[in-house]
Design a binder for this molecule. Structure first.
Ligand code: URA
Ligand code: URA
Length: 242
């Protein structure tokens, strides 16, 4: 099987898995294996499952996220948090979930952890206009608790769609949840960080979360090593920087 076909099949398998997880999160415990075309249409029409494939632009996806009612976080959020930065950037950062300040402003990484992320970017010689920053889940979990499995499952198609529209060259995942979800592994982030992986054919480098660095400043040295690798890769691949 050639690479393109392989990735296409892989993408469909991922989408099928997300679809099943979403149905499960909605309380479906059985799926009829043979669906008539009209049945499939009605599932999509009723918006039980969003259909990221029919979403054509990031703006349309953002609008869909703003209206999203797919999990209980919709009831407690102030604003959905879609992204900040440059949609044409070759480098995308994927964090975990909005916190207090992000929920208030509707932008990712604008609180204390965001301040540290901006300083990391500055040290790399980059700014917001050179990167695109988003999260695994688009609504704030109350009291900044960890995202729950059903929330991750409900929100995952949005991230998958967002990344496929962005077509970045390099993805940096921040913290445990983003790395484990995108790479579909349970490995601790301390083992994953600093190594290259792939997500749908795109290079992924997991690193620690800036909020973790605020609690454990000694780990900043490791993140800096990781960011040097990222910058080297972007340069060696002739990606646009500044
Ligand atoms: N932590 C995250 O993972 N994302 C944000 O947007 C803010 C804090
Ligand atoms: N544990 C996490 O969840 N994230 C980190 O970045 C580091 C440890």
């Amino acid at each position: 099987m050639n690479d393109k076909l392989y990735h296409e099949c892989y993408r469909h398998v991922c989408q099928a898995r997300s679809l099943l997880e979403n149905l499960q999160a909605w309380g479906f415990d059985t799926v009829t294996p043979v669906l008539k075309k009209s049945d499939v249409g009605s599932v999509v029409d009723e918006k039980i499952v969003p259909a990221p494939d029919v979403v054509k632009t990031l703006d349309e996806l953002k609008d869909e996220v703003e209206r999203c009612q797919r999990c209980s976080l919709a009831r407690s959020r102030s604003k959905t948090v879609f992204a900040r930065g440059n949609p044409r950037a070759d480098l995308v950062f994927v964090g975990e979930a909005p916190g207090f300040e992000e929920d208030r402003q509707g932008l990712p990484f604008v609180g204390e952890a965001g301040g540290l992320l901006d300083r990391i970017l500055f040290a790399m010689g980059l700014s917001e206009k050179d990167v695109y920053i988003c999260n695994l889940i688009k609504c704030r979990p109350p009291a900044n608790r960890n995202p729950a499995a059903d929330e991750l499952a409900a929100c995952r198609p949005y991230l998958e769609c967002q990344l496929s529209l962005l077509e970045p060259r390099v993805i940096v995942t921040l913290g445990r949840f983003a790395a484990q979800l995108l790479l579909a592994v349970q490995t601790p982030v301390s083992h994953l960080r600093g190594n290259w992986y792939q997500y749908q054919g795109v290079a992924v480098l997991p690193t620690f979360h800036p909020a973790f660095l605020l609690r454990s400043p000694a780990a900043k040295k490791l993140v800096w090593e990781d960011m040097k690798k990222v910058k080297q890769r972007l340069i060696s691949e002739g990606c646009k920087l500044n």
